[in-house]
Write a protein that binds this ligand. Structure first.
Ligand code: KIV
Length: 276
């Protein structure tokens, strides 16, 4: 339908429809936050919790493959599949309108070849609605970071403890090998990543990396000197019984949920609900 002109005959200027923000925050805008106020990031796996995060002012959300541990009941992230990650990424996208969504590439989705890594990264953008992807690894995976970045998809790296392979050998202990961490971080940066997760890295090394890199460092168990911090939603809300020691619990939603469910069950059993 044609928009009527203004009473004075001038054409009515175009006005975008009112509603959710038309454009999500870009990787470039996030990268410009380097060196400013520390940036909060949180994981989310479904629509309501993604919405809670955005409503709380968190505009950088990771659909982590920690999905495997905290939502799907696995002991590791290793079994998580592309289809599971796509399903949950799309749910997080639907729950947000402005936040920048980072989809975690699961184990096996990027290691085999550049071609497969690019194909799977594209699926996260087209089917999941994500704005960037994350993958684990330093020097050895830098080539994959480069391949994905080259097709225009922003990439987040991840070094230090890398949970997809930690259970296969290297383990979860704090990473303190300064030269190796620096080499890995620089390789990921040079390959075109716009940010990098430092997981369970010595605090002073994390500080040095943050100073030396031009891309954002995102700390988790890596101390206070990083450009950004990320926590797993279920850890910080007290919904997961096996939280790592560095993950502060900002609430006890697990207890609150159990109490509410017990109250409901009691109300049904005693016939106080539903009311007559
Ligand atoms: O999967 C995840 O939640 C992550 C964060 C711990 C960084 O990779």
């Amino acid at each position: 339908m044609a928009t009527p002109d203004l009473p004075n005959g001038e054409a009515r200027p175009y006005e975008p429809a009112k509603g959710p923000a038309l454009r999500r925050i870009t990787a470039g805008a996030i990268k410009r936050r380097k060196g400013g106020m520390p940036v909060p990031m949180v994981t989310a796996y479904d629509t309501p919790f993604a919405q809670f995060a955005e409503d709380a002012g968190i505009d950088w959300i990771l659909v982590g493959d920690s999905l495997g541990n905290v939502v799907l009941g696995y002991d590791e992230t290793t079994p998580v599949t592309m289809e599971q990650m796509l399903h949950h990424t799309a749910a997080v996208t639907r729950g947000t309108s402005r936040a920048h969504i980072v989809a975690d590439m699961p184990f096996g989705s990027y290691q085999v070849s550049d071609e497969e890594a690019v194909r799977n990264a594209i699926r996260f953008i087209k089917e999941g609605g994500a704005q960037s992807v994350k993958l684990e690894g330093g020097v050895y995976e830098a080539q994959r970071v480069r391949a994905i970045a080259r097709v225009g998809i922003p990439v987040v790296g991840h070094i230090g403890v890398t949970p997809q392979t930690a259970g296969l050998g290297p383990g979860y202990r704090k990473r303190t090998h300064r030269d190796r961490l620096l080499e890995d971080a620089l390789a990921v940066q040079d390959a075109g990543a716009y940010a990098i997760v430092l997981e369970v890295v010595d605090f002073e090394i994390a500080r040095e990396l943050t100073e030396k890199l031009s891309i954002l460092t995102i700390g988790i168990g890596a101390g206070p000197h990083c450009d950004a911090q990320v926590l797993v939603m279920h850890d910080l809300l007290g919904m997961y019984p096996h939280s790592p020691p560095f993950a502060k619990r900002f609430a006890e939603i697990g207890h609150a949920a159990t109490d509410a469910l017990r109250a409901y069950a009691d109300a049904v059993k005693t016939q106080s609900f539903p009311p007559a």
